[in-house]
Design a protein around this ligand. Structure first.
Ligand SMILES: Nc1ncnc2c1ncn2[C@@H]1O[C@H](COP(=O)(O)OP(=O)(O)OP(=O)(O)O)[C@@H](O)[C@H]1O
Ligand SMILES: [Mg+2]
Length: 342
């Protein structure tokens, strides 16, 4: 059995831009532009990056909800992109998605019991469906009387619990959570994160957790992948990424995380990136981050860096001038000894 449950190889999704007038393709939005990613069994891998960098598109590609322009998706070592419908239906039992907006993703005219039972019925569950739904309600912290209620009768957090119950109904091996808490109140976010963590160990789940909130990711991820304009620019074990980011983009994301200690918060040095995220329809030449990068040199606009191991093989970054390992952002911020750009 492979160490990896899920693997993406050279994955690309280029959406065509159609011209209304000329009725032809004018170009492409390179939403995902060459992603190689391996997700280990049992781990929680977080995918972070600015809005529009391609996180949701990548999630949908990994589940084959979109057919990629190029590349492969291997689930348990098998290329799911060549699966026929019957094979794909079977594979879907094992790979599920939790959406960002728990209201939009639930059918408003169906009771919660029916919503959670749907995947069981679609996949021909041979046990007692009602009993299984009650069990699932309990697992996600809802009560038996919630069975006959409709989504609008629930709070945002409860609705997300329903979405999670539906996603785990078939005991999947992989759960992809696309911003599962961003639509919720801060006080509720922690509860849902706690629930996901409990379920993860109870059900032996492998998780891909998409978020732009790095302080949440810090609590739940084993590894973190940072995306920028359709590419992964850095990936490492959580502690290493937070303590010693190597890519200047990651460093700028880290510098924006508020520090709970007011003294340290005052000493914190924020790296504010200049300019907006460029359009994925016309990414900059060379390293796509170079127009916003404080460390950029001439060569960065000419040659595209590859995602490469830096030191150990568990820490990869795509940068010609990575930050040095002894530049611990947190320590510098704490003692106020932040050098110029490292
Ligand atoms: N179906 C589509 N057709 C054309 N362009 C698309 C389509 N879906 C996404 N895009 C574009 O692809 C890029 C990546 O979008 P995506 O939704 O994957 O980003 P994201 O990282 O999930 O952003 P957010 O954090 O806002 O959810 C965006 O520029 C988006 O406009
Ligand atoms: Mg998204």
């Amino acid at each position: 059995m492979s160490e990896y449950l899920l693997e993406a190889r050279g994955l690309k999704m280029h959406f065509p831009i159609h011209s209304e007038v000329l009725r032809r393709t004018q170009g492409h939005v390179k939403a995902v532009d060459g992603v190689d990613l391996k997700v280990r069994r049992g781990e929680t891998l977080a995918l972070v990056g600015e809005s529009g960098c391609g996180k949701s598109t990548l999630a949908r590609l990994l589940l084959r909800l979109l057919q990629p322009t190029a590349g492969q998706v291997l689930f348990e070592g098998d290329d799911i992109l060549i699966y026929n419908n019957a094979q794909m239906t079977r594979a879907r039992r094992d790979m599920q998605l939790v959406f960002q907006d728990p209201y939009a993703s639930l059918n408003p005219r169906a009771t919660v019991g029916k919503i959670i039972a749907e995947p069981l019925r679609v996949h021909g569950y041979d046990g007692d469906v009602k009993a299984r739904v009650r069990e699932l309600l309990d697992m996600v912290g809802l009560r038996p009387e919630h069975y006959d209620r409709y989504p609008h009768e629930f709070s945002g957090g409860q609705r997300q619990r329903v979405g999670i119950a539906r996603a785990i109904a078939l005991r999947p091996k992989l759960l992809i959570c696309d911003e599962p808490i961003s639509a919720l109140d801060v006080s509720i976010q922690a509860q849902i994160v706690g629930l996901l963590q409990d379920l993860r160990s109870e059900l032996d789940l492998t998780c891909v957790f998409i978020s732009h909130d790095l302080s949440v990711v810090r609590h739940i991820a084993d590894r973190v992948a940072v995306m920028y304009l359709g590419k992964i620019v850095e990936i490492a074990d959580r502690a290493e990424l937070y303590d010693a980011p190597r890519h200047p983009y990651t460093e700028s994301l880290m510098s924006a995380i508020p520090v709970p200690d007011p003294v340290k918060e005052r000493q914190r040095r924020r790296i504010v990136l200049t300019g907006d995220l460029p359009s994925p329809a016309a990414p900059p030449a060379g390293c796509a981050f170079h127009p916003r990068c404080p460390r950029a040199q001439t060569s960065c606009s000419q040659t595209t860096p590859q995602l490469e191991a830096l030191g150990g093989d568990r820490h990869l970054a795509s940068c010609f001038f990575p930050l040095s390992t002894d530049a611990r952002f947190g320590d510098h911020a704490a003692d106020g000894a932040v050098p110029g750009h490292r």
